[in-house]
Design a protein around this ligand. Structure first.
Ligand code: WTA
Length: 629
């Protein structure tokens, strides 16, 4: 408790530079916020008018707890708003993306050429019999081609399910099967630290027993002569003679756009489903106002398209604003820790969006790295994925922003689709505090009974009213969806994050309230890792906790009981780690493994991770009356 009391005292404020406030889309947060929550339908309706609809909605919101419909009766296509809309205004030759790989090879694509590519892929999919509502899994590196595949799905109304290319066989296999995908897109490899990481072999393994998959489309990056057969098709062959025109499917505002699997407290990930209209409107408007995007801005979000941050702020929200943005493949510090800063200088990036883990890693390398580069183009710095500790905030502010930029700390989730709580460029930031609720968002910090807690007290973050980009369901698991809205009294959405608020309404996020880990900004479920562990032949039982870590926020520590006949050894530890890497992927590998004889369990046999964590960190164990032994 002592530690959090210190944190709760943070109250320092940083005023935005005058020039930034002057050009900001939103200058007066308070009055617009008031209006947005008094009349959310009027507010969001006005925002939606900024975009193109084939047919306007009849009603902005239909709220039938816990089910929301936004822009009811409206017809649109998100790719039309991301591409055609700008091209029709004469901006076809504007660069949509600059892609850079680890060897600094660069590829640029204009809005016009991106649309042509998207349409060719879309036509190829149609020729394969893909229709609106079919699912398509995408297991590709962070590249323009992967974005084009996502957009091609959206063009024809197919539902994409992107799986982060760092996941391994089991994780991919599960996500393909759960979604029931007809097609898998993959690539020969991705680059990481100068090494080619083979994605195709993982894909091949992962589709073996996935009966729904009819075809695997392989993007042969280097044209090394990929051998096609009936099931495995070559991306370029497939799109070669396809038309560059493809009418966008008229999508109902509530037609599904994509599924994105994210970790929860159970062994199986949740397929968060987002629909077309509301997601489009909120990603567009948050990108515009939080990043304060203007016509000539160069934007860079360092996330990967495999996560929600990439979906919303590399792809949809950013393209909807018609700016130029960077897509970067590979490690931030390879070939050297100057890589990112050199790109900011070279491409004159104005708005930069990254995660605290990256900042903390660069802090370790020292400010000599960024100080070699001219970062004067920067105006807005964003943070996402985990709490940014004040020390990292200050470093970011000083050594990247050079005390001339604003920092927007954006809190949101895969489920929320877009920013929910964040600082805006026009009002003061408080290091360590995310900021205030975005327009139309009613957030509160409550106890387990749903009662609002006093200021500066830790509670659970809830959202009290529906918002346009909220998840609509969990694919194949509607009960799980209802749980978000029914686990805390008061008909509120439970974000399952610990938080507090101060007298001025700034909200501070402290971390997850459930058994979900946040390792380097990546969400990982304890049970997923535990399942991978017990899948190893030597492991009888396993429990996993998150242990605080200076750079990564948290690392995974596993407690393992071995089966009879196995002895703890360094070799076995290595082998177990390798097993987790092979089944789930490198991000899920426990940094530490402790071999134990017993695990603390409740009488009903549930592992009490809380007890392990308290022991590990030297805290009071708390109430253990339900402990079996
Ligand atoms: C955490 C990522 C503190 C939080 C967009 C949330 C944050 C989870 C912040 C969602 C932030 C995200 N400050 N914590 N600015 N942003 N989180 O679904 O615990 O990958 O519940 O979405 O990340 O992770 P997800």
């Amino acid at each position: 408790m002592e530690k959090s009391e210190v944190l709760l005292k943070i109250g320092e404020k940083y005023n935005p530079p005058k020039g930034i406030v002057e050009r900001a889309w939103i200058k007066d947060y308070e009055s617009l916020y008031k209006r947005s929550v008094e009349d959310p339908e009027g507010f969001w309706g006005e925002v939606a008018e900024e975009l193109y609809w084939f047919k306007k909605w009849d009603k902005v919101l239909e709220w039938n707890f816990p089910y929301a419909k936004w822009f009811v009766g409206g017809k649109t296509n998100i790719t039309y708003n991301c591409l055609d809309r700008h091209i029709k205004k004469g901006k076809g030759d504007k660069i949509a993306y600059i892609f850079i790989d680890e060897e600094n090879r660069e590829k640029r694509i204009s809005y016009k050429d991106l649309l042509s590519l998207v349409n060719r892929i879309a036509n190829a999919l149609k020729d394969l019999g893909i229709k609106k509502g079919d699912r398509i899994s995408i297991y590709m590196p962070n590249t323009i081609e992967a974005v084009a595949v996502m957009l091609a799905c959206a063009r024809i109304g197919a539902i994409h399910s992107v799986v982060f290319a760092g996941f391994s066989v089991n994780a991919l296999n599960l996500r393909i099967k759960e979604a029931g995908s007809r097609i898998l897109f993959t690539s020969t490899y991705t680059l990481r630290r100068g090494k080619k990481i083979d994605l195709l072999s993982v894909a091949k393994e992962a589709v073996k027993d996935a009966e729904s998959v009819e075809r695997v489309i392989v993007w042969d990056r280097d044209g090394e002569g990929f051998k096609e057969d009936e099931k495995f098709l070559d991306f370029y062959n497939l799109i070669e003679n396809k038309s560059e025109e493809c009418e966008p499917e008229e999508m109902d505002a509530e037609d599904p756009l994509f599924i994105l699997y994210t970790s929860g407290t159970t062994g199986k990930p949740k397929g968060v489903l987002h629909t077309t209209g509301g997601y489009m409107v909120q990603t567009y408007f948050t990108a515009k106002t939080v990043f304060d995007l203007h016509e000539d801005d160069i934007f860079w979000c360092t996330a990967d398209i495999g996560w929600i941050t990439g979906h919303s702020y590399i792809v949809y929200g950013i393209l909807a604003n018609g700016v130029t943005s960077l897509i970067v493949e590979g490690a931030p510090d390879y070939p050297d820790p100057g890589r990112w800063w050199s790109y900011i200088e070279k491409y004159k990036v104005n708005v930069f969006y990254t995660a605290p883990t990256a900042i903390r890693m660069f802090m370790r390398y020292g400010e000599e790295w960024p100080s070699k580069y001219d970062l004067s183009s920067l105006r807005i710095l964003g943070s996402v994925g985990e709490p940014i500790n004040p020390e990292a905030w200050h470093w970011y502010y000083k050594h990247i922003g050079r005390e001339r930029c604003v920092i927007v700390d954006t809190w949101w989730q895969t489920e929320t689709g877009a920013h929910m709580i964040t600082t805006l460029p026009s009002y003061p930031a408080k290091p360590g505090k995310a900021g205030k609720p975005f327009f139309g968002i009613v957030a509160e910090v409550v106890d387990r009974e749903g009662k609002k807690v006093p200021p500066n007290t830790v509670g659970i973050l809830v959202i009290k009213t529906p918002w346009p980009s909220m998840l609509r369901t969990c694919w194949g698991n509607p009960e799980r969806y209802e749980k978000y809205w029914k686990s805390i009294p008061g008909n509120v959405y439970n974000a399952d994050d610990l938080a507090s608020y101060d007298e001025e309404g700034y909200i501070m996020i402290l971390g997850r309230a459930d058994d979900v880990l946040n390792v380097a900004g990546h969400r990982i479920g304890t049970m997923e890792v535990e399942s991978a562990l017990v899948d190893h032949p030597a492991v009888a039982e396993a429990a996993v906790i998150g242990k605080p870590h200076e750079v990564k926020g948290e690392i995974i520590k596993a407690f393992v009981i071995l089966k009879k006949g196995y002895e703890p050894s360094e070799e076995l530890e290595k082998d177990i780690k390798q097993h987790v890497r092979d089944t789930l992927g490198p991000i899920a590998v426990p940094e530490e493994i402790a071999f134990v004889e017993k695990l603390p369990k409740t009488r009903s046999g549930k592992i009490m991770r809380r007890v392990l964590k308290a022991q590990e960190l030297g805290f009071e164990v708390g109430d253990i009356s339900t402990l079996e032994d």
